[in-house]
Every structure is written in structure tokens, then in C-alpha cells.
Design a protein around this ligand. Structure first.
Ligand code: HEM
Length: 203
């Protein structure tokens, strides 16, 4: 008879979970805010006739990336992974979390691989004596990349609230078990279930 005790799964306490989840929401939605600031600056830099304002706009974008985009995306990912590992959600069990992981990684790769490169090239092309002819193409690609990041973050936020294919889908797939004596024992006369152990979404 194997009597080795089942290893206890480490979980966040309710207050720690709420604290980490609050931080996660601040970082994730803060990232959306930083991207929005990047978009507004991109539109102003693209539409202004003032070369100084245009060049300053591209220099400011570097601040949004270093002070907002990069730290918020890394902190969103770390807090998200912690929430997966120390709550019943799990890292690769639910579709909404899988999609969010892919979306955030796509936002990070686009940020590091595309947006930051374009910001550098836009800064030099908009500088006095820079290759101003290259600006329109660079501006279009940069704008497209930032719009993609914003759409990905909006989808991730909606997924986090609606949690599709989470518990609802799971329940519908599980066959309804006929009520047994035990089930009767675990619910009171009115059929309301007695307090059940913690589920993924009980925060
Ligand atoms: C793409 C950027 C992301 C955004 C905008 C985002 C947004 C959110 C929001 C708004 C919530 C709160 C939902 C609620 O309280 O009902 C949440 C919860 C959660 N997020 Fe994210 N998230 C992002 C990325 C991630 C990633 C990459 C992971 C996993 C690695 C993740 C894992 C989770 C988990 C597990 C919860 C549930 C927390 C709980 O039940 O206590 N998120 N997210």
C-alpha cells in the first residue's frame, strides 16, 4: 500500500491572490495606456508640419517604451504566470489564458523587434539633416505595429473578463451525475450545495 502523502499544491491565500491580481491588472492595463500614448504621439508626429515637434515626438516614444511598454509587459507576464501557478487556473489548462500568453508574447516581440527599431529610424530620419523621404513608409509601418499591439491588449482584457472556454464550457462537457446519497449529504434540504472547496474563479 503506497502511503506517501499526496504533495500539497501551493496556492496563494485569498488576500495574496487579490493583491497579485490587482497588480496584474494595473500592469496589463497600464501597458495598454502606454501603447495608447505611443499611438497618439505617432498620429501627431505624422500629421504635424513642425519638424521640431515631429522629432520630439519620436524621442518621447522612447520614454514611453523604456518607462512603460517594457516594464509593464514584463510585469504583466510575471504576475500572469504567478497567478496561473498559484491559483487553480493553471498555466496551459484554459483557452483564455493560452490566448493571452500568445497575445502578450506577440506584443512583446512586436515591441522589441519592430516598434523600437522603427522609433530609432524615425528619430534619425526626423532629425535635422535626416532622410525625410524615408519618413512616410516608416511612419505607416510604425503606426500599424502600434495598432496591432493595442488590439491584442484589448482582446486580452476582454478575454480576462469573459474567460471563454473557462468553467462554463468545462461544466457543459461534464456529464451530469445522478444525485447519490453523498450528494444529498453534501447539500441541505433546499438542495443548495454546502460550501464547496476553492474553484479556479473563487477569488
Ligand atoms: C496580454 C495582456 C494581459 C491582459 C490585458 C490581462 C488582463 C487581465 C485582467 C483584466 C484580469 C482580471 C480578470 C478578473 O479579475 O476577472 C486578469 C486575470 C488573470 N490573468 Fe491576465 N492579462 C494579460 C496577460 C496575462 C498572461 C500572459 C497570463 C498568464 C501567463 C495571465 C493570467 C491571468 C490569470 C491566471 C488571471 C486570473 C486571476 C485570478 O483569478 O485571480 N494574464 N488578466
Amino acid at each position: 500500500m503506497n502511503s506517501s502523502p499526496t504533495p500539497r499544491v501551493r496556492r496563494f491565500s485569498r488576500s495574496v491572490r487579490r493583491a497579485v491580481n490587482s497588480g496584474h491588472v494595473v500592469f496589463a492595463v497600464g501597458l495598454l495606456g502606454a501603447e495608447w500614448a505611443m499611438l497618439l504621439t505617432s498620429v501627431v508626429a505624422r500629421s504635424t508640419d513642425d519638424p521640431t515637434l515631429r522629432h520630439s515626438g519620436y524621442r518621447l516614444m522612447q520614454v514611453f517604451a523604456l518607462g512603460g511598454g517594457i516594464p509593464f509587459s514584463v510585469l504583466s507576464l510575471i504576475s500572469g504566470v504567478l497567478l496561473c501557478l498559484y491559483t487553480p487556473w493553471g498555466l496551459w489548462k484554459h483557452l483564455w489564458i493560452k490566448v493571452k500568453i500568445v497575445l502578450l508574447l506577440a506584443v512583446i516581440v512586436t515591441g522589441v523587434g519592430v516598434v523600437s527599431q522603427f522609433v530609432h529610424r524615425l528619430m534619425s530620419a526626423s532629425a535635422p539633416g535626416g532622410d525625410a523621404d524615408a519618413l512616410p513608409a516608416l511612419q505607416t509601418w510604425h503606426l500599424a505595429a502600434v495598432i496591432f499591439q493595442i488590439l491584442a491588449l484589448i482582446v486580452a482584457t476582454a478575454l480576462s473578463v469573459f474567460k471563454p472556454a473557462g468553467k462554463g464550457a468545462r461544466r457543459s462537457r461534464t456529464p451530469v451525475k445522478p444525485r447519490t446519497r453523498d450528494a444529498e449529504a453534501s447539500s441541505d434540504r433546499t438542495g443548495t450545495p454546502r460550501r464547496q472547496p476553492e474553484s479556479a474563479d473563487s477569488r
